[in-house]
Write a protein that binds this ligand. Structure first.
Ligand code: SAM
Length: 281
């Protein structure tokens, strides 16, 4: 459709967003990057025509990928973000005063540069935070070589096509497991199970072999069409059993002003409907 951004991620189902105003359109070294304005979603970033993030609803994804593991952990000091070039994940992670150091490994310097120029509301100054160390590299190669010791690892990747594909392999998950400190937590973006069930099953099969505590949790993000999105959770610790009153106390102590995350939503997000449970190995 002319004048629309047409997403072709799924074989039988697509979404289109009207391009109110095209702000940027270019081929980076790795992918086609577009930023445009949409009346409902605000500024929208697409990579190879797949929506990555929008101004209006990114808070849901970023809050749930950052605050769930960090508040469940309770004392996260070192956090690794894989992907995350728009800076929204770093923004949420850095809201935690307990976090002393964030390493962000993004393969595409172009995404970082364009996001800073055209989507500054995503990072909100996160790239200038002295606690953030930005590494431009393939996350899989980085994970193979890192000395590790991370309390929380967040894989804020594209879908398993193109450069993001390696971030959905058993080898990558194995290296991520090894890079976690004791009691550490790995969370991964795992697509929309209604449409990408095999993707979730594959990740969960790998997690089952690696982690004593493995599952996924859900959040509904309007611009990732097709129902709630699954976020993979793997840990060798007991953070998922954190009591509701402890989570609430940590949430209040952190002083977070959230639009989606609450301790109750955190706990409820792990309640999986039957069709998602059936995708579990
Ligand atoms: N939230 C989005 C979603 O669910 O579709 C994805 C966010 S976007 C910030 C994902 C980022 O992962 C992109 O900037 C992309 O360049 C990066 N990326 C893809 N493959 C990568 C890899 N192998 N290593 C590091 N970053 C990668």
């Amino acid at each position: 459709m002319k004048g629309w951004s047409n997403e072709t991620l799924h074989a039988d189902y697509a979404q289109s967003l009207r391009i109110g105003r095209l702000i940027y359109d270019s081929e980076t070294e790795h992918q086609r990057l577009r930023v445009f304005e949409n009346d409902t979603f605000g500024r929208v970033l697409t990579l190879d025509d797949v929506v990555q993030t929008t101004e209006a609803d990114n808070f849901i994804y970023h809050e749930m990928m950052a605050h769930v593991p960090i508040l469940a952990h309770g004392a996260a000091r070192r956090v690794l973000i894989v992907g995350g070039g728009d800076g929204g994940m770093a923004r949420e992670v850095l809201k935690h005063a307990s976090v002393e150091h964030v390493t962000m490994v993004e393969i595409d310097a172009g995404v970082v540069a364009f996001s800073q120029a055209y989507l500054p509301m995503l990072s909100q100054g996160a790239f200038d935070d002295p606690r953030l160390d930005l590494v431009i590299a393939d996350g899989a190669a980085f994970m193979r070589e890192t000395a590790g010791g991370y309390d929380v690892i967040i894989v804020d990747s594209t879908d398993p096509v193109g450069p993001g594909e390696v971030l959905f392999t058993d080898t990558f998950y194995g290296h991520a497991r090894a890079a976690l400190a004791e009691g550490g937590i790995l969370v991964t973006q795992n697509g929309v199970p209604f449409l990408q069930g095999a993707e979730l099953t594959n990740t969960m099969r790998a997690f089952k072999a690696l982690f004593p505590d493995w599952t996924c949790y859900l959040a509904t993000i309007p611009s990732y069409a097709g129902g709630p999105m699954a976020m993979g959770w793997g840990s060798a610790g007991t953070a998922r059993q954190t009591a509701p009153e402890v989570l609430r106390a940590r949430f209040e102590a952190a002083g977070l002003d959230t639009g989606y995350y609450t301790p109750e939503v955190h706990l409820g997000a792990f309640a999986l409907p039957g069709y998602v449970r059936r995708l579990m190995p």
